[in-house]
Design a protein around this ligand. Structure first.
Ligand SMILES: Cc1ncc(COP(=O)(O)O)c(C=O)c1O
Length: 387
């Protein structure tokens, strides 16, 4: 089957395994080699083989990853970066100019908030936070003529709020802005924002896409070719590209995304069942729960509800910190989306950079990334840690 057919006709799992790469014509290698080369021999001046000239501009291992993630998000072009934040910065400077304005989630990932608040702001880009779960609030935060991007995460990190992608796209487009969806938490297996009207998908591929906590990376996927031109220009001009080794690891991770995600979801559902009936847990936040305010929207736009669960303990911050320090199967650490379960205290760890701002998270909140270990072991570990 040709590359084009894989991209547009095959099922998700087939695309995950085949899109972006045809077995090497010389050796038949079924997996893209790690092209550890910075430059390429030219057949006469300007005589490039397959367009490869210099590895900041393009590298075949990165090309394979970019084709693969574009196919998984049902986009036209994918771009791979050295980290999620590098992808975000490249996108912002591809589309925005000093004096522009962006709307960001009022509970954005701390690093994304810091990027807008401490880096892009100095460069002249204004931002306003709004709740992604409230389309009217997002609409009210838009400044017509100035807002170039409406940026959402759904589900958000760490409060797992859900934004209605189709409705938010409508609001953004009415104001002449682009809708950017950070799809890191859902992954393309559970949600494809471009098919719901978003203009750009952002990933920290460090998380579910890579899936094994062994590589840091980021990606952008777009449908519009004019926008792709701008992003491609800036990817090369700014230079924060994914290297060939990192691209290879991320591509290997993507091949098993579907099976991993299903197990993440199975295990998260088991853990949620346990936590919701535990006397020391005040609130369990998971979009799969019917009581979650975004459940109906999540049901509409997601295949399942993911492996991220947040919960508030009844004993305040002290107890939340104790729980994080007592688990043995859940590893205390930042990040998420790997095969191993992780636990963290957002207020002191991933979201410390939003302390004292409107985006501050509750002190009694614990966030877990439910891995794909034996579900009984995960439940027993949390039971022990809750005391
Ligand atoms: C939702 C989300 N977006 C973006 C990022 C930034 O990605 P990276 O750490 O790969 O730069 C993260 C990192 O945790 C994240 O959780």
């Amino acid at each position: 089957m040709s590359e084009q057919q894989h991209r547009h006709k095959s099922g998700f799992e087939t695309r995950a395994i085949h899109a972006g790469y045809e077995p090497d014509p010389t050796t038949g290698a079924v997996i893209p080699p790690i092209y550890a080369t910075s430059t390429y021999k030219q057949d006469g001046v300007g005589g490039l083989r397959g367009g490869y000239e210099y590895s900041r501009s393009a590298n075949p291992t990165r090309t394979a990853l970019e084709g693969n993630i574009a196919a998984l998000e049902d986009g036209e072009r994918g771009f791979a970066f050295a980290s999620g934040l590098a992808a975000e910065d490249t996108l912002v400077r591809s589309v925005c100019r000093p004096g522009d304005h962006v709307v960001i989630p009022d509970d954005a990932y701390g690093g994304t908030f810091r990027l807008f608040d401490k880096v892009e702001k100095v460069w002249g880009l204004e931002h306003s936070p709004a709740a992604v779960s409230d389309v009217d609030e997002v609409a009210a935060a838009i400044r017509p003529g100035e807002t170039t991007l409406v940026w959402v995460e759904t589900p958000t990190n760490p409060l797992l709020n859900v934004g209605d992608i189709a409705a938010l796209a409508g609001v953004a487009h009415d104001a002449g802005a682009l809708l950017v969806v950070d799809n890191t938490f859902a992954s393309p297996y559970l949600q494809q924002p471009l098919t719901l009207g978003a203009d750009v998908v952002v990933h920290s591929t460090t998380k579910y896409c890579g899936g094994h906590s062994d590589v840091v990376g980021g990606a952008l996927v777009v449908r519009d070719l004019e926008l792709a031109e701008k992003v491609g220009f800036h990817q090369n001009a700014m230079g924060a590209v994914a290297g060939p080794f990192d691209s290879w690891l991320t591509l290997r991770g993507l091949k098993t995304l579907a099976v991993r995600m299903d197990r993440h979801c199975d295990n998260a559902e088991r853990v949620v069942d346990f936590l919701t009936s535990h006397p020391k847990v005040g609130e369990v936040i998971y979009p799969g729960l019917e009581t979650h305010p975004g459940h109906e929207v999540a049901q509409r736009q997601m295949k399942r509800y993911g492996g991220m669960v947040s919960f508030r303990v009844t004993g305040g911050e002290k107890h939340a910190l104790q729980v994080c320090e007592r688990t043995e199967v859940f590893t205390l650490g930042e990040s998420l989306g790997g095969v191993e379960s992780l636990i963290e205290h957002p207020g002191r760890m991933t979201h410390a950079s939003v302390a004292g701002t409107d985006l501050e998270v509750p002190a009694d909140l614990v966030r877990i990334s439910v891995g794909i270990e034996t579900a009984d072991d995960l439940v027993a570990d949390l039971e022990r840690a809750l005391g």
